[in-house]
Design a protein around this ligand. Structure first.
Ligand code: HEC
Length: 190
C-alpha cells in the first residue's frame, strides 16, 4: 500500500472515531434528557395524587359527615399521603432542573436551597404521620392540627419553589396552595 493511502485511511478512521464518540455523547445526552422528563412527569403525577387525597380527606377532618366516607377510608387516604410523599421525595434529580425550558414548574431554587426545601418536605412528612395517627386514635384536635400543618408545609413549599403562571393563580390559590381546612387559625402552626 502507498504511504499516502495509509495516511488517508488513518485519517478516515480518526474521523470515524470522532464521529462515533460524538454520536454516543449525543445519545447518552438524549437518554439523560428523556429520563429527566420522565422524573418530572412522575413527580407531577404524585403531587396531583396528593391533592386528590387531600380533597377527599378534608371534609372528614372538618367533621362534615358523608355517607360514602368513613374512618377506614380516611385512614387509607392518610396512609397514601405518606406513601406519595415518600415517593415524590426522590424525584428531584439535578437533571430535572428544567424550568427555563418550561418542562417543569419547579424553580431552580429547589436545587439552590436544598436545605430549606428538605425542611419543608420533612414538615409535610411529619404532619402526614401525625394525621394518620390521630385519625386512627380518633383525636379530633390533633387531626385538625396535623391537617393545618400539612397544608402549611405544602403551601409554603409551593409559594417558594413552584412557579405559577398568573392565570393559574386565581383558581389554584384557594385550592392546594395552602389552607386545606377552615378552622386553622385557632391552631398554633409552627
Ligand atoms: C417541599 C416542597 C413540596 C411539598 C411539601 C409539596 N409540594 Fe407539591 N409541588 C412542589 C413543586 C416544586 C412542584 C412543581 C413540580 C414540577 O412542576 O415539576 C409541585 C407541584 C404540585 C402540584 C401540581 C402538579 C402538576 O401537575 O403540575 C400539585 C397539585 C401539588 N404539588 C400538590 C401538593 C400537595 C397537596 C402537597 C401536600 C400534601 C404537596 N404538593 C407538597 C413542591 C412541594
Amino acid at each position: 500500500m502507498k504511504k499516502t493511502n495509509i495516511k488517508i485511511m488513518y485519517r478516515s478512521v480518526k474521523y470515524l472515531l470522532i464521529l462515533a464518540m460524538s454520536l454516543s455523547i449525543n445519545i447518552s445526552y438524549s437518554s439523560d434528557f428523556k429520563e429527566a422528563l420522565n422524573v418530572i412527569e412522575v413527580r407531577k403525577t404524585a403531587m396531583q395524587s396528593l391533592w386528590h387525597r387531600i380533597k377527599r380527606i378534608s371534609p372528614y377532618v372538618e367533621l362534615k359527615e358523608k355517607v360514602d366516607y368513613n374512618k377506614d377510608l380516611a385512614t387509607e387516604d392518610a396512609k397514601e399521603i405518606i406513601v406519595l410523599l415518600e415517593k415524590a421525595k426522590n424525584l428531584w434529580s439535578e437533571n430535572s432542573n428544567l424550568s427555563a425550558k418550561g418542562f417543569t414548574n419547579a424553580t431552580p431554587a429547589v436545587w439552590a436551597l436544598p436545605e430549606y426545601f428538605g425542611k419543608l418536605y420533612s414538615e409535610a412528612e411529619k404532619s402526614a404521620y401525625q394525621l394518620k395517627d390521630s385519625i386512627i386514635e380518633d383525636n379530633i384536635e390533633n387531626t385538625t392540627e396535623a391537617m393545618c400543618n400539612l397544608g402549611k408545609a405544602c403551601g409554603t413549599c409551593h409559594a417558594n419553589f413552584r412557579r405559577l403562571l398568573t392565570n393559574q393563580l386565581s383558581n389554584e390559590v384557594s385550592g392546594w396552595s395552602g389552607k386545606y381546612i377552615k378552622n386553622c387559625n385557632s391552631v398554633t402552626v409552627n
